[in-house]
Write a protein that binds this ligand. Structure first.
Ligand SMILES: [Zn+2]
Length: 127
């Protein structure tokens, strides 16, 4: 199978141009509806969704520890604190528990806690 890098139109009405040599298709699919979107629309969608949500799964990666992002890398909030516990062992390898507080552009404060062996962390709004 060869990768087709021709531009095409997705459901949001925008044209997507897959990058040559990239595994990314250039489009995102809404997991609930199956609707396809370009990355800017998907990011806009996520910004709207997190503004209305009380819990949300975000990406927190070691190369950008000061922000939480969508899977496409768009910033959803600023990390206001990040603490990691001591290294623990599991059958899947060592990990640490981490606690993060986040501030979103709507002024919301969020808290999340999870293992640091994954880039995804679920955060909850705090009062
Ligand atoms: Zn679009």
């Amino acid at each position: 199978m060869t990768m087709d890098h021709k531009p095409y139109i997705v459901d949001c009405g925008h044209t997507v141009v897959p990058k040559t040599g990239s595994v990314g298709t250039g489009k995102a699919t809404d997991p609930k509806t199956g609707r396809t979107m370009c990355y800017p629309c998907a990011e806009e969608n996520e910004r709207r969704a997190i503004a209305e949500a009380d819990t949300y799964s975000v990406y927190l990666t070691s190369d950008r520890p000061n922000v939480v992002t969508t899977w496409t890398g768009a910033v959803l909030g600023t990390v206001t604190s990040l603490t990691r516990g001591r290294k623990l062992d599991s059958k899947d390898g060592p990990y640490r528990m981490q606690s993060v507080t986040v501030r979103t552009p709507d002024g919301g404060n969020w808290y999340g806690r999870g293992k640091d062996d994954t880039d995804v962390i679920t955060i909850r709004r705090t009062k």
